[in-house]
Unconditional design. Structure first.
Length: 99
């Protein structure tokens, strides 16, 4: 999985995706999800394991998660509610906002 963290005025923004999702666009009806290099990849992104994803998501203020593996890690760790996961063109997507 690819993980990228950014410090924002609102806190830590985490983007994580399954590696094979990078560069893909998923569309279904009026919903479109673009997994761009600029947001999910780049030099600031790291290839990481499940433990690192969980650690990062628990520190995040906001997170965007794409791909079956990445979303499953978040669900199994109790960070994302499975009932809140979107499936767009067969690809899992979840957003996280800690308040």
């Amino acid at each position: 999985m690819l993980l990228r963290e950014r410090q924002t005025p609102e806190g830590v923004l985490v983007s994580v995706c399954d590696s094979e999702c990078l560069g893909e666009t998923y569309a279904e009806g009026e919903v479109s999800l673009e997994v761009t290099e600029a947001f999910y990849g780049g030099e600031e992104a790291d290839e990481v394991d499940e433990a690192t994803v969980i650690e990062s998501l628990t520190r995040a203020s906001v997170a965007n998660i794409v791909g079956e593996q990445a979303v499953s890690v978040a669900v199994e760790a109790g960070i994302v509610d499975e009932d809140r996961v979107l499936v767009v063109d067969g690809t899992h997507h979840a957003q996280l906002l800690w308040m």
